[in-house]
Design a protein around this ligand. Structure first.
Ligand SMILES: CC(C)(COP(=O)(O)OP(=O)(O)OC[C@H]1O[C@@H](n2cnc3c(N)ncnc32)[C@H](O)[C@@H]1OP(=O)(O)O)[C@@H](O)C(=O)NCCC(=O)NCCS
Length: 196
């Protein structure tokens, strides 16, 4: 036992002190710039995506954090309950110690236990091995289309070098896993979380 624990809560219910720590980690990874809001304890995700935060804690200190977002996905003639990871970050002072992998693996378990058919998200190509080491698998050639039908935001847009990773949980999703590689997958999570 190393005294670390994973806390899982709806984003809106994360205690303010923890949420501020998460916001600071996110701001360090994805600076909002001088005109940006800076770290705030306010929720950042679209509530329609039922955001849930997973925090790796040592006492009251946040070592690593991520958010799970969920929606229905219509793909190749079937509807799936899909969840994805967003804003995965480890405290810069504590990277390379396995905290990120541990949390990303816990997220995979959490998505499976939630009853979702599949987990599905994009990551930078350079991080694929990191996600694979936590149990996720590449969907070769797949493109995740974020945004909306009117304002699509695809993962293969100019300047991006992203891959789609997934895990199939339910029997019905496993049966149709071949519907996903080398396909455009219209996730359309909206304009707040344009690509999760
Ligand atoms: C990506 C990130 C969350 C990894 O967290 P971490 O706690 O350092 O990860 P771990 O210690 O569990 O690393 C696990 C493995 O992934 C590798 N890895 C970690 N970060 C990596 C990176 N940026 N690029 C390539 N490989 C990486 C590690 O080398 C390690 O591999 P090893 O076991 O073969 O040594 C962290 O680097 C981070 O916060 N980055 C900034 C935000 C970001 O890019 N998030 C991802 C959004 S898709």
């Amino acid at each position: 036992m190393d005294g670390l624990r994973v806390l899982s809560l709806p984003e809106a219910e994360v205690p303010r002190e923890l949420k501020l720590q998460v916001a600071e980690l996110q701001e360090s990874a994805w600076p909002s710039g001088p005109a940006g809001p800076g770290p705030t304890a306010d929720p950042v995700h679209d509530p329609a995506l039922r955001p849930r935060s997973l925090l790796l804690l040592s006492g009251d200190r946040v070592l690593a954090a991520l958010d799970l977002l969920s929606k229905d996905l219509d793909h190749a003639g079937h509807r799936y309950a899909a969840s994805g990871l967003s804003a995965v970050v480890t405290d810069p002072a504590l990277r390379g110690r396995g905290h990120g992998r541990r949390l990303v693996a816990a997220a995979r378990t959490a998505v499976g236990e939630s009853g979702a058919d599949l987990g599905l998200f994009t990551c930078d190509r350079g991080l694929l091995a990191f996600y694979e080491s936590a149990g996720w698998a590449e969907l070769p050639g797949a493109v995740l289309v974020g945004g909306t039908a009117e304002e699509p935001f695809p993962s293969d847009r100019e300047g991006f070098d992203k891959v789609v990773v997934a895990a199939f949980f339910t029997e019905r999703a496993r049966r149709r896993r071949t519907d996903f590689p080398h396909r455009r997958i219209a996730l359309h999570p909206g304009l707040v979380d344009r690509l999760w």
